[in-house]
Design a protein around this ligand. Structure first.
Ligand SMILES: Cc1ncc(COP(=O)(O)O)c(C=O)c1O
Length: 458
């Protein structure tokens, strides 16, 4: 039975990927149409599983966004290098639980191996610990939980045992362009949004050092303090001056966390490394693999320079969760979940397939393509690039806010490519993120032509 079911899925998936570069990039169905096609009353009896898969593929198709394809520039969205999809399929077929060593010795060992490789690739402290989470949002949560543990431990407080309600006050500082997921993570950890002290950012969204110094100077010596810095602004791609931030914050005893969902990967490319200079001096780093590493959703990485607070914040004990020896990795010690899919497998397969050089090429090629897009678009009158294109992000304004909104809507409806919008420092912009392994110069030129066609017809 499994053979014909999986062969059906294989045929549907390979046909989809054969055609993904040709399809209309956005979804084309309304919610009502999708509900009508996919819904209906609760199935009571059985249906042939191959028929279920075939009908699912046909009926979901108008609502499937070609975000795995080469001309999807929305949000910050990686595709999936073929070997990572294959490894993900193996993970589903093996159906391993990454919770404890005994549940899957292979996955536990691969998590350790990939952790070592990642620390070397990013040149982060080799003793750091790594948790394989769903995405950067949960990576921020995991890292900030470790931060909360450590700054309170230094103040003589065990937050896991004693809670937060009577704990010493923790100062939380973040840049003016802090990503909403770091704010969300802080909220889950008991820090209200109004408690976050915002350090103003510059015109590219980078935390201002003079403002940081002024804010730190207001604190008292030894006060528990967490500082959230950022590598890769979600709109501009610019990174905070992390090394300088870490030096100043550490002088005040603060924990420095870096949200580097995609920007952290600048570390792979020698010419880009200066953008994240000094990252190794931070205390924790959150990043995504499903963005710039181009593995399938979902995949994020929580990295903490010192394993003790990481494990103290995350690990749980129960009499039935019997552990083995110290050398045996318990995946659940490093993440908020217990049971978890083997999302390390696509990362393992990717690193093996591309190697350090291939990974660096993936990042640097996307950056060159982003610059090409900016050049093509800005050659037209009235088109302004609002950011310095230092990484893979391009912010474009077409004449004014209203024209820009119309261009975004037209581009999405036209379907050659897909880009979303954002307000950047008071201006409506089209956000273009080049993050897919399969995007070529031809895709950029075709997309730029389509965008300018839409602009001229507004
Ligand atoms: C800087 C930054 N941090 C965190 C996130 C959240 O990542 P995810 O949605 O993968 O959890 C993003 C997403 O774009 C981001 O750009």
């Amino acid at each position: 039975m499994h053979r014909s079911v999986l062969e059906t899925a294989h045929a549907i998936a390979t046909k989809y990927l054969d055609e993904v570069a040709q399809r209309h990039v956005g979804g084309s169905a309304s919610p009502i149409e999708l509900v009508e096609a996919l819904g209906g009353s609760l199935p009571v009896g059985a249906t042939d599983p191959m028929e279920v898969l075939q009908q699912l593929a046909i009926k979901a198709d108008p609502g499937i966004v070609a975000s795995a394809g080469p001309r999807y520039f929305g949000f910050v969205t990686g595709g999936a290098v073929p070997v990572t999809v294959g490894a993900d399929w193996l993970g589903s077929a093996w159906d391993q639980n990454s919770c404890l060593y005994v549940m899957s010795p292979a996955i536990a060992v691969i998590e350790d191996i990939v952790s070592t490789w990642l620390l070397e690739l990013l040149d982060l402290p080799r003793h750091a610990s790594v948790g394989f989470v769903t995405g950067c949002h949960m990576a921020n949560f995991t890292c900030l939980a470790a931060a909360r543990h450590e700054v309170l431990r230094r103040a003589g407080w065990n937050v896991e045992a004693q809670g937060l309600q009577r704990a010493p006050r923790v100062r939380v500082l973040a840049g003016g362009e802090v990503h909403i997921s770091a704010v969300g993570a802080l909220r889950y950890l008991g820090f209200g949004t109004e408690e976050i002290e915002i350090i103003p950012a510059d015109g590219q969204g980078r935390m201002r050092l003079d403002a940081l110094e002024a804010a730190l100077a207001k604190g008292t010596a030894g006060e528990p303090t967490i500082l959230c810095a950022q590598a890769g602004n979600v709109s501009t791609g610019a990174s905070d001056p992390i090394g300088a931030i870490a030096d100043r914050a550490h002088a005040h005893g603060a924990w420095v966390h870096v949200d580097g969902a995609f920007g952290l990967w600048a570390a792979l490319v020698p010419e880009l490394r200066s953008q994240v200079a000094g990252i190794e001096r931070a205390d924790s780093w959150a990043t995504d693999a499903h963005k710039w590493l181009n593995v399938p959703y979902d995949s994020g990485l929580a990295i903490v320079s010192s394993p003790a607070p990481h494990r103290a914040a995350m690990s749980m004990k129960a009499s039935y969760l019997q552990r083995g020896t110290e050398e045996e990795r318990a995946g659940m010690d490093w993440v908020p979940e217990s049971s978890r899919r083997s999302r390390v497998l696509p990362i393992y397969a990717l690193i093996k397939t591309l190697g350090r050089e291939g990974l660096a090429r993936l990042v640097s090629t996307n950056c060159a393509l982003a610059r090409r897009m900016a050049d093509r678009l800005s050659s037209a009158g009235g088109v302004i690039i609002l950011n310095d294109v230092v990484l893979n992000q391009v912010l474009v304004q077409f004449k004014d806010d209203i024209t820009t909104s119309h261009v975004i809507a037209k581009v999405q409806a036209e379907g050659t490519c897909w880009a979303g919008g954002a307000f950047w420092q008071g201006k409506q912009a089209m956000r273009i993120s080049v993050s897919n392994w399969s995007t070529t110069e031809r895709d950029i030129d075709r997309s730029a032509e389509a965008i300018l066609r839409c602009y001229r017809s507004v």
